[in-house]
Structures are given as structure tokens and as C-alpha cells.
Design a protein. Structure first.
Lengths: 115, 115
């Protein structure tokens, strides 16, 4: 079974609007961490935001926030006030304690911001 | 702010040739990783090194070897390159392997084509 599922291969959003990128995960571990990375067309992987399984509050980092619904096993990334520079691939990833804390990636979502 | 540095950035090889991808980090991290990213997919772990002096196989280790030269450097070697190894290779590092909340920081990647 897929550990991390990103069901949106591609999305468009209008500049200045908010957008939600979906991520669902599968784990039986109690201790795990969820990460989002951005990969622009230049290719580098940029760490955006982290949410721990025991965190009671949703993580926020500037314009990025994570909508964490533990019972549903979802960790959606919300980008507020989209900018043209947000156009990129976005990857959700998970580290599980019982899996040696290895990072497992989803297939990614390509976000395109329209002017 | 070098972070994780990978060399080379691009390489073209012929089938059967060997080469070594170099990676160095200046963040004093204990753990280092090698991933490959195939078109339209997330990253898959090839090998990792939890700490200086140790290396372990990841999800897709066949056809690769690694060396943790010292705390800073972690190299990936292709002994006899095959077209199936055409990919983008990423090196990453994190403070430690034993906590789920540690993000991994990535280099800019090496685009490797094998003809």
C-alpha cells in the first residue's frame, strides 16, 4: 500500500488566492512526522513545513500552513495569497519511528499559479 | 550558506562506465542520504548513513555503493552504469536519524544520463 498519497497530479490557482494541496498517509506508528517540500523547475528540494504526530496545533510557516487531521490521516498544505514563484512541484513526505525514521515521499503535485 | 553541495551537476555516461557522485554538507549533521528521482515521481532512498562509519541500504540499493568518507562527505558510486540508472540524484542530510522531527536538507541534485 502507498504510504503517502497525493491525489492531485496538477493544479491551477489564481495569483493572490489560497490553495490546498492534499496529502493522505498510511501508518500504524504512533510517532511520526509529516513534511512538505517544494521543488521548483530549477530542481532543488526546499523544506517548507513540518507537523509532528503529537502536535496539537497545526503547523504554520509564513504563508504555509498545514491542515492536520490525524483521525483522517491527512496533512494538507495550504498556501495563502499565492505568488507566481509558488509554481512548482510539491511533495508530501513522512518519517515513521518504527521504520527507522526514513523519509518516504508521495508522488507530488504540480502547482501552477496563473497571473 | 552552502548547506549540502553535490558534484557534478550534470553527467553523461556510456553503459558500463563507472562514476562517483560526491556530496558534502557543512551543517555538522550526523546522518546523510542518497535518493534518486525518476520523471514524475517522488524520491526513493538508495542508501543512507546514520552516522560516520555506518551505511545501510534503502529502498533501491541495487547497482550502487556508498562511502561515508567522514562526517561531512558521503559519496555514491555506480560501478557499471546501466540506462535504468538514468535519473536525478539527490544527496540530503539531517541532524540525526533517531528523531522523526528532523527535516532533511537537500543538495541541488545531479542529473545523470546513461546512454
Amino acid at each position: 500500500a502507498q504510504k503517502i498519497t497525493q491525489t492531485q497530479p496538477g493544479m491551477f490557482v489564481q495569483e493572490k488566492e489560497a490553495v490546498t494541496l492534499d496529502c493522505t498517509y498510511d501508518t500504524s506508528d504512533q510517532s511520526y512526522g509529516l513534511f512538505w517540500y517544494k521543488q521548483p523547475s530549477s530542481g532543488e528540494m526546499i523544506f517548507l513545513i513540518y507537523q509532528g504526530s503529537y502536535d496539537e496545533q497545526n503547523a504554520t510557516e509564513g504563508r504555509y500552513s498545514l491542515n492536520f487531521q490525524k483521525a483522517r490521516k491527512s496533512a494538507n498544505l495550504v498556501i495563502s495569497a499565492s505568488q507566481l514563484g509558488d509554481s512548482a512541484m510539491y511533495f508530501c513526505a513522512m518519517r515513521e519511528r518504527n521504520a527507522g525514521n526514513m523519509l518516504t515521499f508521495g508522488g507530488g503535485t504540480r502547482l501552477m499559479v496563473k497571473p | 550558506n552552502a548547506g549540502v553541495t553535490q558534484t557534478p551537476k550534470f553527467q553523461v555516461l556510456k553503459t558500463g562506465q563507472s562514476m562517483t557522485l560526491q556530496c558534502a554538507q557543512d551543517m555538522n549533521h550526523n546522518s546523510m542520504y542518497w535518493y534518486r528521482q525518476d520523471p514524475g515521481m517522488g524520491l526513493r532512498l538508495i542508501y543512507y548513513s546514520a552516522s560516520e562509519g555506518t551505511t545501510d541500504k534503502g529502498e533501491v540499493p541495487n547497482g550502487y555503493n556508498v562511502s561515508r568518507l567522514n562526517k561531512r562527505e558521503f559519496s555514491l558510486r555506480l560501478e557499471s552504469a546501466a540506462p535504468s540508472q538514468t535519473s536525478v540524484y539527490f544527496c540530503a542530510s539531517s541532524e540525526a536519524l533517531d528523531r522523526v522531527n528532523q527535516p532533511q536538507h537537500f543538495g541541488d541534485g545531479t542529473r545523470l544520463s546513461i546512454l
